[in-house]
Design a protein around this ligand. Sequence first.
Ligand code: FES
Ligand SMILES: [Fe+2]
Length: 424
Amino acid sequence: MMTQEQNDELTRVGPGTPMGEVLRHYWYPVCFERELDEFPVKKVRLLGEDFAAFKTPDGQYGIVAEKCPHRGASMVYGIVEEGGLRCGYHGWKFDHDGNCTEILAEPDSSPQFRSNVCTKAGKAQALGGMVWAWIGEGEAPYLPRYEAYVMEGVRDVGHSMLPCNWLQIMENAVDPYHVEALHGNYFAFIAEWKGFEMPSAFKNKHVKVGFDPFEHGIIKRRQLVGQTEEDDDWKIGHPLVFPYKMWVGGNGVFQMQIRVPVDDTHTWMLFYTVHAPEGAEPVDQMYPVDYEYEWIDDKGNFIVDYIEGQDIMAWVTQGEIADRTVENITKSDVGVIAMRRMYRDQIEAVREGRDPIAVTRHEHDVIELPLERFKFGRGAEFATQWIDRGSMKYSPQADDLKKLHIQAWANREGEPETKIAPGQ
Ligand code: FES
Ligand SMILES: [Fe+2]
């Protein structure tokens, strides 16, 4: 149980809040590269602040505060030009660093006046089909090139805006017991009443779980009934990637689950999936396929007949910001406890003027993270079941993805006979 103050400290993301200061050390996806190619300015909201993200004709990305420092009109209705964004209202122009470089009605305005009217600017860059932004203070770290964003494969990104705080979603990433309860018992209950067949993997009980802090977050490991410590689920596991992601997958599916803290009560939840089974034919993709998955029906009920829909029900029904002053934490919440400790430690690090973990200050080609190859000890139909009973069922390319896995499976000679399904 926590005090209200402790809960606020861990959850609030606005400027000047303890966690907000930690979170401003990282880069976040704010939109798709495709969107700024279709129209070069877009309103985005991040960590409780509003911005205009843009792409100038020279191909550079930028992000500035939405409000123009002149008289407050929205820069989202600005004009992109070589070297910056010009406010639509009176034509003040700002470069990628937020400097005012020109005032349309005052061509001979003094540089001194202009230097006093700069706007807040972050940094923006494209990677893996997404546009990423950093809105912190001081020197921007390198945008971390996690394997998901640079690896070969077919990209598929389901996303939706969820009306809840980001932290309760992150707590779910270190909560392995919910898999057998929510995706096992509850899934079976729904499947029986709604008359469909559920993937059978989730009924397996956990023998033990482990959480190991490492330089990018926490590695989550599990041993299920029927497995040994030699199985990938225990030997390798998969990580919560500090502070707002989880890397999950296996059997040719690689997924970064991205929880962008948009403000205190909204999280942009993306399932950034790369399909790269061994033996797959290469596929040309200009952009990742992006689409919104559904999680609530037209009567306002949660859609709980697929894995992530069940998770979303749990996250959102905890409340806009989960009230941790009335919770009853117990032994099996050991991962949640470890995670909260890590966030508190990083708040402390930032107070002392240090970088929190997983801030990348060195140039690099790729950052690889541990990930089970054979998740839940399962084989190749893992992928097709995940597509059928996961958020990917909403993908416009769902059938092609299944074919890709089935074909790759057929191409791999001597693949051992395989068993069941996915989870997280
Ligand atoms: S409000 Fe932007 S230039 Fe006047
Ligand atoms: Fe889950």
